[in-house]
Design a protein around this ligand. Structure first.
Ligand code: ACO
Length: 345
């Protein structure tokens, strides 16, 4: 067999008998708010330096939503762009999944608010909470509905207004996060490829590494919960770091194994954009070359569920990813949760 006739990859779906169905990524979109908060700005707010933030995380600036701009607004802008690029009308959408840890309100779901804003009134809608791993969890949910022939067109959005839960007096966390949204339209498109596999994982025994204590049924809002700053995100940075590297390597390896792919076949690896040192460590342990890794966290910080969705949009729109390329997405977040996905573009 000549090299050109060698199959590029083994389609893991084949063994599940999904004949005739594909979960193609028909269009992607992203949106970040206008206002930029630089490391120099943060130097005036907490005891930190541009040098510390840059060398420990790789982040230079992040975008911050306006007071009257909410997660559903960011999500809507990203979604409309993804729909336009996919050539999909609101009426065609069967399901809207919004991955977020910063919904506009505890209920109704942000997905319902997005449904209203984009006018997709035929669609079912729900939120999915898997912290920074939410977008890949969303892709897997979409894939299951599409492959089972329940739906043809699913809109998956990762959207966050993390600035609303960040403690702007805590230098350990406030330098890390930003606001934004990314979206993808997934569709059964005969003849196209798209999502080949998605891996999801979780370990609730480590839920105390990264959490927001109040605002739920355990600690509803009280004057005391507010004064003791329980409505802000808290993180054990060092332990989270170690777990992130390990979980992302495991998830990525499993996704590659399922597709019978070597890392060298991947054109672009898009990891969760939390910390440049995590990205490099994951790439290193996977045996990837530095040029395979995609990073844009210097511009956006960690946008949690929106992170890999925003990065995927940039990789596609800047031509870093071309038709036929294989992409590996890999994520990690609170829960703990993690995931990886292989896509043929
Ligand atoms: N500026 C200056 N000094 C700081 C700052 C800051 N912004 N933040 C912390 N420091 C200090 C600490 O106080 C500490 O000082 P000490 O030694 O005197 O106590 C020192 O810097 C080192 O702190 P560490 O926490 O040990 O720093 P580390 O190298 O671990 O980096 C970081 C911290 C960037 C948070 C890193 O641990 C990290 O990225 N963790 C993982 C985050 C992550 O992956 N999150 C993903 C999930 S997010 C989600 O799901 C929403």
């Amino acid at each position: 067999m000549s090299p050109s006739s060698t199959p590029k990859f083994k389609n893991p779906r084949a063994k599940y008998n999904f004949q005739g169905r594909t979960c193609s990524i028909a269009g992607v979109g992203a949106y970040v708010p206008e206002r930029i908060l630089t490391n120099a700005d943060l130097e005036k707010m907490v005891n930190t330096t541009d040098e510390w933030i840059t060398s420990r995380t790789g982040i230079k600036e992040r975008h911050i939503a306006a007071k009257d701009e909410f997660t559903s607004d960011l999500a809507t802008k990203a979604a409309l762009l993804a729909m336009k690029r996919a050539g999909v009308t609101p009426e065609q959408i069967d399901l809207i999944v919004v991955a977020t840890i910063t919904p506009d309100m505890p209920f109704p779901s942000t997905a319902c608010l997005v449904q209203r804003k984009i006018g997709a009134f035929r669609a079912a809608a729900f939120d999915l909470e898997a912290a920074c791993s939410g977008f890949i969890y969303g892709l897997e949910v979409a894939q299951q509905f599409i492959m089972s022939r329940t739906y043809d067109t699913v809109l998956v959005i990762g959207a966050e207004k993390l600035s609303s839960i960040v403690d702007w007096e805590d230098r350990n966390t406030c330098v890390l996060f930003g606001d934004g949204a990314g979206a993808a339209v997934l569709q059964n498109r005969p003849g196209a490829h798209g999502l080949l596999t998605a891996v999801m994982g979780a370990d609730g025994r480590k839920s105390d590494l990264l959490f927001m204590a109040a605002g739920g049924s355990r600690s509803p809002a009280t004057a005391e919960s507010v004064s003791s700053r329980m409505h802000y995100l808290k993180m054990e940075g060092k332990e989270t770091f170690k777990n992130a590297v390990q979980a992302m390597v495991t998830a990525a390896s499993e996704a590659l194994r399922r597709c019978e792919l070597d890392i060298s076949r991947i054109k672009c690896i898009i990891p969760h954009q939390a910390n440049r040192r995590i990205i490099d460590a994951v790439g290193d342990r996977l045996g990837a070359k530095p040029e395979q890794l995609f990073a844009n966290l210097h511009k956006f910080g960690n946008t949690s569920a929106a992170s890999v969705a925003i990065a995927l949009d940039e990789a596609v729109t800047t031509g870093r990813v071309q038709a036929g390329d294989l992409i590996l997405l890999v994520v990690f977040g609170a829960g703990l949760t993690w995931g990886a996905a292989v896509i043929e573009w």
